[in-house]
Design a protein around this ligand. Structure first.
Ligand SMILES: CC(C)(COP(=O)(O)OP(=O)(O)OC[C@H]1O[C@@H](n2cnc3c(N)ncnc32)[C@H](O)[C@@H]1OP(=O)(O)O)[C@@H](O)C(=O)NCCC(=O)NCCS
Length: 162
C-alpha cells in the first residue's frame, strides 16, 4: 500500500470509490436516493477535476498496486493561509480498519506542515469517523444544523499542526 498524489487518470476510480463508500456510510442515515443525488453532483469527475486544479490543495489516494483503497482531499482556506480544511477522506468499506485512513490523514498533515490548524466537518451520527478523528488528536469545536440534509447535525473538529 502506498499513498501518492492523484492524477486525472485516477478520477473515474476515485469517483467509484466515493460512490461506494458514501452509500455504505450514509444510506442507513439518509436513504440511498438522497446519497445518489449528492454523489451525482459532488462525486462527478467534472467536480473532482475542479478540486484537483485548485491552488494550495492536496488530492491524494491510497493505492494497493491493483486498486484504490482510499482518497483524501484538503485545501488551504482562501481567507486564512494558516488553516487547512479536509474536505474528503474516504476508505473503501472492505479496506476500513486497516490503517489506510490513518496513512492518508498523516500524509495530509505532513503536506500542510506549515499551517497552524487542520479543520474538518463530520456528520454527528457518523460515530466511526468521529472516533477515528478523536483518536487522531482532533477536538470538537462546535455543532450546527446541516444545510444539506434535514435533521442532521454537523460537528466541526480541529487539530493544531506543527
Ligand atoms: C473514517 C475512516 C476514514 C477511517 O479510516 P480507516 O482506514 O477505517 O481507519 P484506520 O484503520 O486508519 O484507523 C485509525 C485509528 O482510528 C481509530 N478508529 C478507526 N475506526 C474506529 C472505530 N470504528 N472505532 C473506534 N476507533 C476507531 C483507531 O484508533 C484506529 O487505530 P487502531 O487501528 O490502531 O486502533 C473510514 O472508516 C471511512 O472512510 N469511513 C467512511 C467514510 C467516512 O465516514 N469518512 C469521513 C467523513 S468526514
Amino acid at each position: 500500500m502506498f499513498v501518492r498524489t492523484a492524477s486525472e487518470r485516477d478520477l473515474e476510480a476515485v469517483r467509484a470509490l466515493l460512490v461506494e463508500t458514501w452509500h455504505a456510510t450514509y444510506d442507513p442515515l439518509y436513504g440511498a436516493e438522497g446519497v445518489t443525488a449528492i454523489s451525482e453532483r459532488w462525486h462527478s469527475v467534472v467536480w473532482l477535476k475542479q478540486l484537483m486544479r485548485r491552488p494550495r490543495s492536496e488530492f491524494i489516494v491510497a493505492d494497493t498496486g491493483s486498486e484504490l483503497a482510499g482518497m483524501a482531499y484538503a485545501a488551504i482556506k482562501e481567507s486564512d493561509s494558516g488553516l487547512v480544511e479536509v474536505e474528503e477522506l474516504d476508505v473503501r468499506p472492505s479496506m476500513q480498519g486497516k490503517g489506510v485512513g490513518r496513512m492518508l490523514l498523516a500524509e495530509l498533515e505532513e503536506s500542510f506542515w506549515d499551517c497552524r490548524l487542520m479543520r474538518l466537518e463530520v456528520e454527528e451520527k457518523n460515530s466511526r469517523a468521529l472516533d477515528f478523528y478523536r483518536a487522531g488528536g482532533f477536538v470538537e469545536l462546535q455543532r450546527r444544523p446541516a444545510t444539506r440534509w434535514v435533521n442532521a447535525t454537523i460537528v466541526t473538529l480541529e487539530k493544531p499542526l506543527g
